[in-house]
Write a protein that binds this ligand. Sequence first.
Ligand code: CO8
Length: 258
Amino acid sequence: MAYKTLIVEIEDHIALIRLNRPDALNALNAELLGELADAVTQADANDKVRCIVLTGSEKAFAAGADIREMSTKSFVDVFSEDLFTRETEAILACRKPIIAAVSGYALGGGCELAMICDFIIAADTAKFGQPEINLGVVAGIGGTQRLTRFVGKSKSMDMHLTGRFMDAEEAERAGLVSRVVPAKKLMEEAMGAAQKIAEKSALTVKAVKESVNRSYETTLREGLLFERRMFNALFATEDQTEGMAAFVEKREPQFRDK
Ligand code: CO8
């Protein structure tokens, strides 16, 4: 499907989704988020896709929710629409890994969108921030909750209360991003990571994603039980037999997603 605000390419089992509203620094409006939810849902359902990479432009991953679009809305509007909830829930429902490749600004909803992805690889030019306070609102797509879990209360409060931006180096130090690379290498690094994931058993990849995400949803005790049962369950798969046999026989595994 052709989108107005996205460019989607599927190659070598990877769906590369590029946010494409250059005039507004990829600000997230209803059209873009609707298209993004659709593109992610389609990639999740497409057997050829094993990993998704979400990126923006060199200057901006996304500079936040579209302030122009939001500026005339009332409480009744945003409450009745439940603004952006369906779209973000659709992205969160994706069972395949989504890597955010962030260059330039990831602000407000842009930072939140990156955090909804499974991990973030940042260019050394990346700038993260939750500047909603400057607009008289708080974050609305999980920023106060996810950023706090990722970087801790003190830094999260600092970011949300002052609206300051965090550079890539600080974001890596704080645990918000998994790797920082020179801007020119960003896509190579993100696609390389996606390729590595695409070579694994798709079953095991889903199990990893579910298990790690569980740690944000439940107590440690319940999370540990979930992980143990997942570990046990994978012994019912051919890919576990193959993966372990391949190690013993000193050869590369041939996973069949079974
Ligand atoms: N919304 C709409 N348009 C934007 C946005 C945005 N968030 N960000 C940039 N733009 C537009 C600018 O208006 C400008 O358009 P034009 O050329 O037509 O005037 C164009 O993009 C280029 O921007 P600038 O000229 O400002 O570029 P600069 O390089 O000077 O500055 C900045 C870049 C620092 C990123 C600056 O544009 C900026 O501060 N942007 C706003 C950042 C921001 O406040 N983001 C948070 C938005 S609120 C939010 O995300 C809430 C999320 C929760 C949603 C609720 C769901 C329930």
